[in-house]
Ligand binder design. Structure first.
Ligand code: AMP
Length: 504
């Protein structure tokens, strides 16, 4: 059964069970399936032959998921955009995608369907869509935009087949598919981040209830801790950074969440210390470290982090390839590295994306066909550095380029720099990560242009305020340092290392 068939199955067999909950709003399986089919019929009738993606702009409303499912039931991919993205970036994406329909669930937007209109449409559309319309096989199911080094985000296209192969594996991650059946799952990541696919669809494929934690709740311990307790979650899906944040509160333990059985982590380094602290607070829970980029559908490797592994292997490995995935390490000349030898991590197999939306140039650079066991497989050059040990476990060793992860968010440093020089007073901008324990803790920008400021603090604040027009908050450097000129290395390039030394 594919994910849409599973949804229909649960609607028929456990229709009154809750599928999604966000604050006081919730949807049962019956409602989720019926409403999304009716909304799909409306999309199909309104858009006719236009099969372009449907954009869903919002933040953690249960209706977002209705819109995702309606889009794919109508035969169109959906593209989730979070409200953390500034309007100019949303507009750039809308222009690039030329969507067949836009749902704007948070703020009203001209030409878009608002949350109020949405309920009216569901009420007035009585007929469900023809199931023959839905996306299948190599049709694109969703498209997630990630930071791009050119200064504009790139849309990673994931097909129905990619997602279904991924789910075959993820329903059994950490504990068996039977153990996950009907359980409560926690959703931390916004839907514009592919980590959310791990909780959303693994939960729906298991007939469980997904608890959405909105931004406001996540930023306030007084709300967060009770919300975690009330979720009754058995399956936890988050970035390690979020778990670190929760660990700062002593109440975050098995006493608060007695049903928690599985921690699923992805998206950034899980440190040994975080894993060991979680084991202390949740002695019965299984901790899984998984690895993968959006381009290979969320995650492609897994390892259970036991106490023994956390004490003996520093840093932790990211695991073995899932079924249907092949991991290779390539040397600079493209030849295969030996066990233990570092190189670029290459991912091939059934969950590798078709490529970037409308960008055949970027797609050709990053994707290729690889022969595995006599069969052609789609393959992706991750730009990640790592090695496979003798046991076949993958070890992650950082990036080969200027991409970083900050609190789980994927950021191309050049994306920030290119947007900074859009400001009139900035001629040149170089952004440097501030590292601690192998993780990026914050970003500092060194800039030239304009007059020397009287006050560094005021200058920094003024630049940061202007950047809000172009960049989401998590991409805005914490510190902006004005320079007369930037240091150069002997190749005539800006000396990023030297700048890095200046912030340590
Ligand atoms: P995203 O596309 O946002 O999921 O980001 C993908 C990138 O995050 C990968 O290419 C890695 O650089 C990094 N990443 C993902 N999982 C892990 C992990 N378990 N440990 C360390 N880095 C990771």
């Amino acid at each position: 059964m594919n994910i849409l068939e599973k949804l229909c199955f649960y609607a028929q067999n456990q229709g009154q069970n809750l599928a999604i909950r966000s604050g006081d709003s919730c949807l049962t399986y019956e409602e989720l399936d019926a409403y999304s089919s009716r909304l799909a019929n409306f999309i199909q009738k309104s858009c006719g032959d236009d099969r372009s993606p449907v954009i869903v702009h919002g933040h953690k409303q249960v209706e977002m998921i209705l819109c995702f499912l309606a889009a794919v039931k109508s035969g169109r991919p959906y593209c989730p955009l979070d409200i953390s993205m500034p309007n100019s970036r949303v507009s750039d994406i809308i222009n690039a995608v030329s969507p067949s329909m836009i749902f704007a669930l948070e703020q009203e937007r001209e030409g878009a369907i608002s949350i109020k209109q949405l309920s009216g449409i569901i009420e007035s559309t009585k007929e469900p869509v023809d199931p023959a319309c839905q996306v299948k096989g190599d049709d694109v199911f969703y498209m997630i935009f990630t930071s791009g080094s050119t200064g504009t985000p790139k849309g990673v296209q994931i097909t129905a087949s990619n997602l279904n192969h991924y789910l075959e594996w993820s329903v059994g991650l950490g504990n068996s598919r039977e153990d996950k059946q009907g359980k409560a799952f926690l959703n931390q990541a916004p839907f514009s981040f592919d980590l959310s696919v791990m909780d959303l669809y693994t939960c729906l494929a298991s007939g469980g209830t997904l608890h959405l934690l909105d931004k406001e709740t996540q930023l306030d311990f007084k709300k967060l801790i009770p919300a975690l307790g009330a979720s009754g979650a058995s399956v936890w899906v988050s970035t390690p950074s979020f778990a670190d944040m929760c660990l700062a509160d002593k109440k975050f333990s098995a006493d608060l969440m007695p049903d928690l059985e599985t921690f699923l982590f992805c998206g950034e380094t899980l440190t040994n210390d975080t894993a060991l602290k979680l084991m202390e607070r949740f002695p019965k829970a299984v901790i899984m470290n998984t690895y993968g980029p959006t381009e290979s559908t969320v995650a492609v490797t897994e390892v259970q982090v036991t106490k023994q592994l956390a004490q003996s292997s520093r840093p932790l490995p990211v695991g073995k390839a899932k079924p249907g995935t092949f991991i290779e390490i390539h040397r600079e000349d493209g030849t295969l590295a030996r066990a233990g030898e570092s190189g670029e991590i290459i991912i091939a197999g059934d969950t590798v994306s078709a490529g970037y939306f409308g960008r055949p140039d970027l797609t050709r650079k990053a994707f290729f066909t690889s022969m595995k066991r006599g069969q052609p497989h789609r393959a992706y050059r991750t730009g990640d550095k790592g090695y496979l040990d003798e046991a076949g476990l993958l070890h992650y060793e950082g990036r080969m380029d200027l991409q970083v992860k900050l609190n789980g968010y994927r950021i191309e440093i050049e994306d920030i720099e290119k947007n900074m020089v859009r400001l009139e007073e900035i001629v040149h901008a170089v952004v440097v990560p501030n590292m601690k324990d192998g993780k990026v803790k914050s970003l500092t920008a060194f800039v030239t242009g304009g007059d020397k400021p009287d006050s560094g603090l005021r200058y920094s604040k003024a630049i940061k305020d202007q950047l809000k027009a172009f960049l989401p908050a998590y991409m805005i450097p914490k510190k902006i340092v004005h320079m007369e000129s930037l240091p150069m290395n002997h190749n005539g390039k800006v000396d990023r290392k030297k700048l890095g030394g200046m912030i340590r």
